[in-house]
Structures are given as structure tokens and as C-alpha cells.
Ligand binder design. Structure first.
Ligand SMILES: Nc1ncnc2c1ncn2[C@@H]1O[C@H](COP(=O)(O)OP(=O)(O)OP(=O)(O)O)[C@@H](O)[C@H]1O
Ligand SMILES: [Mg+2]
Length: 382
């Protein structure tokens, strides 16, 4: 039977009200969708544009359950939410994306690594430690990366370990110790998997990290890799989504090693920083794809319309009310799109916005990345 859009649209309850939620809502409003948002911060980026905004803790079971009790669909824009509440809501018959079982695995970097090993998905060798200090028992994995199993984000809770001497400053918490990959390029592939098993992938993006903050500085799409590697990365992302076995949007971070091997680093079961360029560069963005998943609509066209780049605008200097400098320079660039997340306070390392660029050739893209990085700054008001 043909589907129609009902005037009484389903309610989508979203846990988390940050920039990912805001960009999701920006697109969802085109379809007149109703999005209710839960976030502890009354000034969160979604607070001014959600159909309904509830102030509350998405880590608290009761709060989440009550918040989403009237919704038809429950989604997340941050992983650190209460999974038991999502189980309860699923039992009530709500469509919960990502599935609580998937989220439980992904929330714990240890379970996630074991999941890849169990499903034959290539990922670096690892050991699970009761405390990071125990890394002295696993010298064969050095040089390595030590990661707290839970609670880390944007590179926090991750440290490079060169020798056993580093054990002294290691996290005193359950950790994963991972062999260090010899990285030629960091890639990410977003895949949408519908309830009927259909999958759509985006082209791999090439991510360049800012070592100061351990987060993405900028990315390019498609990644400058040979065609067979591009295809292999998309196939690998599909294998990951297939292994999780539930509908959802999966952002698969990978390492392309100097040996030309693809290793999965980690997966986010949600929209991701590595897909922001898709808003302008693709007919159906990652946010559009997510809405289609929530609504059980057909998946959209993920093809790139040109070469694209995305440059994060990250707070520099101290904290305070933000001032965005160099807006004119960015807006002068052909094919540029400025996104500001509406955060009321900037801090060093806080994602405040981004610039997306679509260009005809790599030189134009280089130029736009350089201009944005030199001129566009978010700083606290003096
Ligand atoms: N095994 C590894 N070998 C080499 N580099 C690694 C390894 N694990 C992590 N890294 C480096 O550290 C970065 C952060 O690691 P990871 O993605 O696991 O942390 P995170 O806290 O989830 O970060 P984010 O939230 O920004 O994705 C990676 O992007 C990569 O640059
Ligand atoms: Mg990561």
C-alpha cells in the first residue's frame, strides 16, 4: 500500500540536545516532523528549535522513560544515555534506534572490541585490563593506545602508551589496551541500515585530527584513496552494520594502515561529525537518512555532488560568550556553508560550528580549508 504522510505525525523523542540534534531538527522540520528533545542544559543547541524541549538527565532511567513514554520513536544524539530505559521503551513497542543491545556494546569500548573480534571484523589486537595500570602485563602490545572502557568522548579517556613507564600516569579504571596501528589515513564511512536490511553507504571521508584537542580538525570527501580501497571501506562498514543486525545509522571510524589494511577503530550508532558535509554535498544527508530510518521511509540518495570538505570551528582561548571572527572571509568562498550551533558559551576545544565547502577540484578545496583555518575563529568576547 502506498505510504502517506499523516497530519498527526509520529513523535520522535531525542535524547541529547547538542549540535547533532540541532542539525537533525533543521532537516526534519522540512517534513513537519515533531521532535521532542531531552537535555540537562536549558540553553542546549536544540532548546530553541525543538517542537518540545525538556530539561532533564538522559542518564537517568526514570527521566528517560517518562520523557519518551508518549513518543512513537526514540533516538539518541549522544551515546551516554540510560540503556535500561531504552529497553523498557522498546518493550512498550516503541521503535528505538539504535537498538538498546547495540548501544550497550558500543558504550563499552571493551565489549565493542570483543564484538569485532567475535564477528571477524578487522581491528587492532587488544587486551582488556581491570585498571590501566596493569598495562605492564601486556608489553607485547606496546606501543599502544590505552582507552577507558566507558565514558570517553572526543579523544578524552584515550592516551598513547609508548613504554611501561607510562603505566604510572595510566587511567585507574577498566581499560582497553590496543596495539597502535601504523596509520596512513583515518577514514570514516557512514552506513544507514533500514529495518528490511537495505543499506546505503556514503563515500569514505578522510579525517585530519587536531592534536591539541584530539578531535577532527577537518575532513575531505571523498577520501583521496584508490577506488578499490574506497569500495573496500564501504564494504567493511556494511559488514559492521550487518553484524550489529539492527536498523540504524552507523558511523564507522577506520584506520587505513601503511600496509594498506583497513582496521575498524570504533563505531558510533548515530549521526557523526564525519558526516556533516553530507548536508550540502549529498541529496540525502546523514540527518535525512536518520529521519527516514525513524519513520520507516525509503533510504535516500547518498551520492556526492562534488568534492567536499568540512572544517570544524572549535573554541580557542578561554571561555565566555562566543565571538565568531572571519565570517566574511568564509562567506566569500564559493560553495561555502557556515553552520553555527547556537552554543551560549565557548571553551577551548568545544565544537561551536563548522564550515562545509563544495568545490570542483582539490585546489579549490585546499584553498577553502586554508582560508577557513586562518581566518575563522571562535573566541570568547573580551
Ligand atoms: N589503536 C590505535 N592505533 C593508532 N591510533 C589510534 C588507535 N586508537 C586510537 N587512535 C587515535 O586516537 C584517536 C581517538 O581514539 P578513539 O576514536 O578511540 O577515541 P574517542 O574518544 O572515541 O574519540 P572520538 O570521540 O573523537 O571519536 C583516533 O582517532 C586515532 O587518531
Ligand atoms: Mg573516535
Amino acid at each position: 500500500m502506498a505510504k502517506s504522510i499523516d497530519s498527526a505525525q509520529p513523535v520522535i523523542a531525542l535524547l541529547g540536545g547538542g549540535q547533532l540534534g540541532r542539525m537533525f531538527i533543521e532537516n526534519a522540520l522540512r517534513y513537519d516532523a515533531r521532535i521532542h528533545v531531552l537535555d540537562p542544559d536549558p540553553l542546549a543547541p536544540c532548546s530553541s528549535i525543538a517542537s518540545q524541549f525538556t530539561i532533564g538527565d538522559f542518564r537517568d532511567r526514570e527521566t528517560v522513560f517518562h520523557f519518551a513514554a508518549d513518543a512513537d520513536v526514540v533516538g539518541i544524539e549522544i551515546e551516554q544515555v540510560n540503556v535500561e530505559a531504552l529497553q523498557d521503551l522498546k518493550r512498550l513497542g516503541k521503535r528505538v534506534i539504535p537498538d538498546p543491545d547495540v548501544l550497550r556494546i558500543i558504550q563499552d569500548k571493551g565489549l565493542q572490541k570483543r564484538f569485532y573480534a567475535d564477528h571477524g571484523i578487522p581491528s587492532s589486537s587488544f587486551a582488556l585490563l581491570q585498571s590501566g595500570r596493569d598495562l605492564t602485563d601486556h608489553v607485547h602490545l606496546l606501543p599502544a593506545f590505552l582507552k577507558t572502557r566507558t565514558g570517553g568522548y572526543d579523544g578524552k579517556g584515550v592516551m598513547a602508551v609508548d613504554s611501561i613507564a607510562d603505566a604510572q600516569r595510566a587511567f585507574e579504571a577498566p581499560c582497553v589496551l590496543e596495539e597502535r596501528a601504523d596509520i596512513a589515513m583515518e577514514l570514516a564511512v557512514i552506513v544507514a541500515r533500514a529495518a528490511n536490511g537495505t543499506m546505503v553507504t556514503y563515500d569514505p571521508v578522510e579525517m585530519v585530527f587536531d592534536p591539541r584537542f584530539n578531535l577532527v580538525d577537518h575532513l575531505r570527501a571523498p577520501a583521496r584513496i584508490p577506488h578499490p580501497v574506497n569500495e573496500a571501506a564501504q564494504r567493511l562498514a556494511k559488514r559492521v552494520a550487518e553484524a550489529f543486525g539492527h536498523p540504524g545509522l552507523y558511523s564507522v571510524e577506520m584506520f587505513l594502515t601503511t600496509e594498506n589494511e583497513l582496521l575498524v577503530n570504533e563505531t558510533a550508532p548515530r549521526a557523526h561529525n564525519s558526516g556533516h558535509h553530507t548536508i550540502e554535498a549529498c541529496a540525502s544527508s546523514q540527518f535525512d537518512q536518520l529521519l527516514r530510518l525513524y519513520m520507516n521511509w525509503p533510504l535516500g540518495d547518498s551520492g556526492l555532488r562534488g568534492l567536499a570538505a568540512m572544517i570544524n570551528l572549535v573554541g580557542e582561548g578561554g571561555s565566555g560568550a562566543p565571538v565568531v571572527k572571519g565570517v566574511d572571509d568564509v562567506l566569500h568562498l564559493p560553495g561555502s556553508f557556515l553552520h553555527l550551533y547556537g552554543k551560549h558559551e565557548t571553551r577551548a576545544g568545544r565544537k561551536m560550528g563548522h564550515v562545509a565547502v563544495i568545490a570542483q577540484n582539490q585546489d579549490e578545496l585546499d584553498q577553502a580549508i586554508a582560508v577557513t583555518k586562518v581566518h575563522c575563529k571562535v573566541e570568547p568576547r573580551e
